[in-house]
Design a protein around this ligand. Structure first.
Ligand code: ADP
Length: 443
């Protein structure tokens, strides 16, 4: 038994014994016993009063001195209180440091609660969004950042990417906002002024688009002359080879210019071109594969398998461009006699997928993360010799991004590759009316 309890019991026993002894001498057993128990209870009452007064003061200061069980109670409580105050101090320090560090951040930082109302913001946010503590704390963030894009971003609750929008205080400035969830439904909103970056990107895009456009006319003239020269019967035969070379290079430059223009159109038309048209994918694929077979001239076995009536909401010409780029790549990187399979099928969960698989040269795993970058080629000379521009997969990536789709690539060097475009269920629809070119196999 603990010392404290022992001394309490001894005290009670001592008092009862004293009462018994006194009663033995003087009689009045009841009175002496009553006095003994009264004394025992009085001690507890006094200690309770001291405990209550100490708690009432509510500060960490030395507990009242006592012995027996009350000494232990005071001691335990004192220790608990000190632990609690220490933790509180540590938390307060962490919060202060967090606020000081976010306050010093050059990006606007706002803390939002589970209803996206503003709980706190730093100096940079105050300046960027012209916030005021008295007016804006507690306000829903959507009432300050009223851009429809931001509204969709918040509602979708997919915060993996930032969202760009015009500044609510100055239309000529652009902001990038990113929500970072943390803790129990708390959100950190980072807001950055990206006006300069956006201007630079626009300048770069315009420059590429203008330069490509300007190159078109001289290229057309050159190609025209080269065609005419090639047909010239009086031309010395030793000119035939250089002429063929010049025509091939002109053709390559034409393809490059077209790809560059296509890419910059995809970038600039963000939000402009309709992405909600009904696209009859089975007949689109039928056209692509038919063309590919003609261009290929029977060197590969090109098969097509489609899910009848499965269509997409999207942009016909962009999807045509993305799908044909993948088919052209499969032909380009597969030796003659190889097999190419084009498939259009449904995946579990209602997703629709377009897949091109080949038995070609394949891609080493280490290159796969980079092949959608502009001008990235695993083997430049091989790509060039086959008429590649290094822009095909960049175009595919852009088109898929605009259609909320993703690209999956599986490949083994020497065995072949699979390129798969997976479209979300929201873009899929089924049409019984559209005529479907049922499974078409190689010619
Ligand atoms: P390119 O015009 O050079 O084909 P892309 O952007 O279309 O450019 O492709 C980038 C690189 O990815 C290619 O240079 C090639 O190395 C690789 N690649 C693309 N598709 C395939 C494929 N089906 N098989 C093997 N490698 C491929």
């Amino acid at each position: 038994m603990r010392q404290a309890w022992l001394s309490e019991i001894l005290l009670l026993g001592g008092l009862v014994l004293a009462a018994l002894l006194l009663a033995a001498f003087f009689g009045y057993f009841g009175w002496f016993m009553f006095a003994a128990l009264l004394g025992f209870s009085a001690r507890h009452l006094v200690q309770l009063y001291r405990l209550e007064r100490w708690l009432r003061v509510g500060r960490v200061r030395n507990p009242p001195e006592s012995w027996g069980i009350w000494g232990d109670v005071f001691e335990h409580y004192y220790r608990l209180q000190r632990r609690y105050y220490k933790r509180k101090k540590r938390l307060a320090r962490v919060i202060r440091e967090f606020r000081e560090s976010t306050a010093a951040m050059p990006d606007g930082t706002l803390v939002l609660n589970s209803e996206f109302r503003i709980v706190w913001f730093n100096e940079a946010a105050r300046e960027t969004l012209r916030l005021s503590s008295s007016r804006d704390l507690g306000q829903p963030i959507a009432s300050l950042l009223r851009s429809p894009r931001f509204k969709v971003y918040l509602e979708a609750r997919d915060f993996s990417q930032p969202v760009q929008m015009p500044s609510p205080v100055d239309d000529s400035r652009a902001l990038a906002a990113r929500v970072i969830p943390y803790g129990a439904e708390q959100y950190l909103l980072l807001v950055r002024d990206v006006t300069r970056l956006q201007r630079l990107q626009t300048m770069r895009r315009d420059f590429v688009a203008n330069a490509s456009h300007e190159l078109r006319s001289p290229l057309t003239v050159l190609s025209g002359y080269l065609e005419a020269l090639a047909e010239e019967s009086t031309l010395d035969s030793h000119w035939h080879e250089p002429l063929d070379d010049m025509r091939a290079q002109c053709q390559r430059m034409n393809t490059l210019v077209n790809d560059l223009l296509e890419l910059s159109r995809l970038e600039t038309e963000e939000g402009d071109a309709s992405l909600e048209d009904d696209v009859d994918i089975p007949s689109l694929l039928d056209r692509i594969v038919r063309n590919a077979r003609v261009e290929d001239g029977g060197r590969h076995d090109i098969g097509l398998e489609v899910l009848s009536g499965a269509c997409l909401k999207g942009n016909d010409s962009e999807l045509h461009s993305a799908f044909s780029n993948l088919v052209v790549n499969a032909i380009r990187y597969t030796a003659a006699g190889g097999q190419i399979r084009v498939r259009w099928f449904a995946r579990p969960g209602g997703e629709l997928a377009f897949e091109v698989s080949d038995t070609g040269i394949g891609i080493d795993e280490k290159h796969i993360p980079f092949i959608t970058q502009r001008f990235y080629r695993v083997n430049s000379s091989h790509s060039r010799s086959k008429g590649g521009t290094g822009l095909g997969l960049a175009i595919v990536k852009h088109v898929l991004q605009r259609h909320n789709a993703r690209l999956e690539v599986e490949s083994k060097p020497g065995e072949g590759s699979v390129f798969r475009c997976v479209f979300p269920q929201q873009r899929a629809f089924y049409s019984a009316e559209l005529p479907s070119p049922s499974s078409i196999s190689a010619p």
